[in-house]
Design a protein around this ligand. Structure first.
Ligand code: HEC
Length: 89
């Protein structure tokens, strides 16, 4: 009985850690994609000056494709999410 209880606590801990890792990976991803894809033309500061929501970021990133940005749909939404999450409230 005692070991079952420890096992359940262990399982909850594992699930919790997995959720944390997923959240961190997501946040880091958008930033990484930005550094890899956007910084060649302009800085992160320029982007962070803009107060856009996720939808406006998606359309801005779409417009950047016209300047020669190569980005996948997944990467674009990661960047949009990252930049929208950086908005000053
Ligand atoms: C090939 C070069 C290039 C790449 C790559 C690029 N941009 Fe741009 N970006 C530009 C140019 C040129 C301008 C200025 C012209 C304009 O605003 O129409 C600009 C302007 C901007 C602006 C200010 C204008 C606005 O509409 O708010 C933002 C914000 C921006 N880019 C974000 C991004 C993001 C985010 C990425 C990466 C996903 C990116 N850019 C990748 C060339 C690029």
């Amino acid at each position: 009985m005692k070991s079952l209880k420890s096992f359940i606590i262990f399982l909850i801990a594992v699930v919790f850690v997995c959720i944390l890792i997923t959240m961190n990976a997501k946040a880091a991803d958008g930033e990484k994609v930005f550094t890899a894809k956007c910084v060649s033309c302009h800085s992160l500061e320029l982007a962070l000056k803009k107060q856009y929501d996720q939808k406006k970021w998606a359309s801005t990133i779409d417009r950047m494709k016209g300047f020669g940005l190569k980005i996948t749909g997944n990467e674009a939404s990661a960047v949009a999410e990252f930049l929208a999450s950086k908005e000053k409230k």
